[in-house]
Design a protein around this ligand. Structure first.
Ligand code: ADE
Length: 414
């Protein structure tokens, strides 16, 4: 389950969401505070990016990199360029342009990103449709149009006129098109919902100060209704077929065994990313303290997942490999018993731990690892695998011992 991302530039533009959000957590990344939680029952991440295109784009990229967003909604206020727009009217972006990007001297159009074909950033049609229908239902005065963004607060009639004439802009702000640019570069759908605070003319500052709070609340009202209609996967590219990235090696390591080999999945950047994305989507709201991985392939998936979740990693290793004080558990293998170990100081009492391995077969190793974590006072929140072979009984064994089990795919047989 992915999150819906919401970005506003000012405190006033995100305050309403934060006040309404349930079970909120805060993470600081790249200097921005990201608030995660539920809004209208949906998983969201909300950030104040600050003013200007550099702030907006770095915040959008950090949000996309770290918070698994299915789409980004820009919320807040703008100056009107269209003559029919008045205070508190809403502009729903069809397109946005960076009006201050000027490569004319290099032979490019104003607004065009030089040496690229990018100029007009198109919002998600799906999101625009929802926004317009919700605005109609609410009886809001709204229009679909073009949002211009630049690193200037526009407060004179001449510039206002020029922006309207040159770009056909309907409203102007200082962030939206930069977020749209970043979303475009990452293949993430976006929409901009701006409510008018001023007319970008000589009275702009005075009007902005008088209207910002109310106009921001107006934008938030519409965004909340849009969020109601979205689920975490809205407009997200279809998940890559991960199962096809597992290689089956017959009769290895012995006759009769169909060995499910994850090395092809790991080698393929799309498959590896997809596997970690799916796990990160699942666990991002679990309030985990650490991921524990079982040697050896559990280290690969576990460490990548821990990094994505912004938490630490605990290795559970074969006996004799860990350098400091350990506790150990025996587990059964086909021909006798083996020992696994964890550092005695690997976790603190009450820590929420996710156990990760590549494959669940008979469950002997996973159960031993769960016991190690439990003996140190940790809470095994779930046992997570890329592959499960249900016929080998590991899933049942773990569940009977009261451990929850999750995996991305299963295969028949041994
Ligand atoms: N945001 C709100 N009003 C604005 C204006 N007049 N210029 C730029 N950004 C704005």
């Amino acid at each position: 389950m992915a999150r819906i991302g919401i970005i506003g530039a000012l405190d006033d533009e995100i305050a309403i969401y934060l006040a309404k959000m349930k079970t909120a957590s805060r993470f600081k990344v790249a200097g921005f505070d990201f608030h995660t939680g539920k809004l209208e029952g949906k998983s969201v991440v909300i950030a104040k990016c600050g003013v200007g295109k550099v702030n907006a784009s770095s915040c959008a990229q950090a949000m996309i990199d770290g918070f698994s967003v299915s789409c980004v909604i820009v919320t807040g206020v703008a100056g009107a360029l269209h003559p029919l727009l008045d205070t508190n009217h809403i502009v729903i972006s069809q397109t946005s342009i960076q009006h201050d990007l000027d490569g004319q001297g290099l032979g490019f159009d104003r607004g065009q990103v030089p040496f690229s074909d990018k100029k007009v950033f198109r919002a998600s049609e799906h999101l625009v449709k929802i926004a317009s229908s919700k605005a109609r239902q609410m009886g809001l005065k709204s229009m679909e149009g073009t949002v211009l963004s630049g690193d200037q607060f526009i407060s004179d009639a001449e510039t206002r006129k020029r922006l309207r004439a040159d770009f056909g802009g309907d409203c102007v702000d200082m962030e939206s098109a930069a977020v749209a640019h970043i979303c475009d570069a990452n293949g993430i759908p976006h929409i901009i919902i701006r409510s008018i605070s001023d007319k970008a003319d000589a009275s702009a500052l005075e009007d902005f100060n008088a209207s910002c709070k109310i106009a921001a609340a107006n934008s938030a009202k519409l965004v909340e209704l849009i969020v109601c209609d979205l689920d975490g996967h809205d407009a997200k590219p279809a998940p890559h077929n991960l199962k096809s990235a597992i290689r089956t090696v017959p009769h290895w390591p012995k006759q009769g065994v169909m060995f499910r080999d994850v090395t092809i999945l790991l080698k393929d950047k799309r498959s590896f990313k997809c596997a970690i994305d799916l796990l990160a989507d699942r666990y991002m709201d679990y309030q985990l303290d650490s991921v524990a991985g079982i040697e050896a392939r559990g280290f690969i998936f576990g460490a990548a997942l821990a990094h994505r979740l912004g938490i630490g990693f605990i290795p559970i290793r074969k006996a004799g490999k860990l350098p400091s004080n350990t506790i150990s558990e025996e587990y059964s293998l086909e021909y006798g018993k083996e020992k696994m170990e964890i550092h005695s100081d690997a976790l603190s009492k009450g820590d929420n731990i996710l156990l990760v391995d590549d494959l669940l077969a008979t469950g002997g190793t996973a159960l031993g690892a769960c016991r190690l974590i439990s003996r140190l006072g940790g809470n095994v929140v779930e046992c997570c695998f890329v592959i499960c072979l249900p016929e080998l009984g590991g899933k049942k064994k773990l569940q009977e011992a009261k451990y929850d089990v999750f995996y991305l795919m299963e295969f028949e047989g041994e």
